[in-house]
Design a protein around this ligand. Structure first.
Ligand SMILES: [Zn+2]
Length: 226
């Protein structure tokens, strides 16, 4: 398993017999192929040197996963950064149904679906669930930011996107991906504040970061979580 955590890159070393030195990303994992005579210390140094490239590749992999709508991992899905057990049941029902109870997401499918691959139906149910949660959460956070900053975007829209959780358009509109509610509330806050700051400053310059800092003095702590 590989994660981008506070700039530390974890990787698996594969001591292939006749191979040269080679770094690749396979299913989101960093694999370093190295001949037997290259020391672990040298490997670490090369990984450090290639950090920018590796991080970029890992991001790309994560973005792809979002676009493939892989909400469930190890029978769990995330709401506000917390794990919810996804339980799928078949019952004598006419339509698929989804309920949230404590730390469970209960999906009930009609008996007639039993033999099918129901991945698409389950994903649609989860998408609808995230849309509903996002509608309320994003409205609240937009209002919070408006009060804090004293300005607001021309408009905002909730729309599923392939790559971003949120973006600020040329005409100063903020678009938010409803899947943002899989993240913790702190992360959502940082992401939306970031987009609000883009209303005033197009690029990540001094003015942009001054504004970020003014609204959230410890924003760096949260940025490090990504
Ligand atoms: Zn930005």
């Amino acid at each position: 398993m590989n994660t981008i955590k506070k700039d530390i890159i974890t990787y698996t070393i594969d001591r292939a017999r006749n191979a040269g030195f080679y770094i690749s990303i396979e299913k989101g994992e960093v694999i370093v192929k190295a001949p037997w005579y290259v020391t672990n210390k040298s490997i670490q140094e090369i990984v450090e040197e290639k950090k920018k490239w590796i991080t970029e590749k890992l991001r790309q992999y994560e973005d792809q996963n979002i676009s493939q709508r892989n909400y469930i991992k190890n029978k769990k899905a995330q709401i506000f950064g917390s794990d919810y057990n996804v339980i799928i049941k078949y019952e004598n029902e006419k339509y698929p149904k989804l309920d949230i109870e404590e730390n469970k997401i209960k999906i009930t499918l009609p008996n007639k679906y039993k033999k099918n691959d129901n991945q698409d139906i389950i994903n649609i149910l989860l998408e609808k669930m995230y849309n509903k949660i996002a509608e309320e959460e994003i409205a609240n956070q937009m209002e919070k930011n408006r009060i804090k900053l004293g300005f607001a975007p021309e408009d905002y829209e909730i729309k599923r996107m392939k790559k971003e959780f949120a973006k600020c358009t040329e005409d100063k509109k903020i678009i938010v991906n409803p899947d943002i509610v899989t993240l913790s509330k702190e992360k959502i806050e940082v992401i939306l504040l970031h987009e609000f700051c883009h209303i005033k400053y197009k690029t990540h310059g001094k003015g942009f970061y001054n504004l970020m800092r003014r609204c959230m003095p410890d924003y760096k702590k949260y940025e490090a979580m990504f």
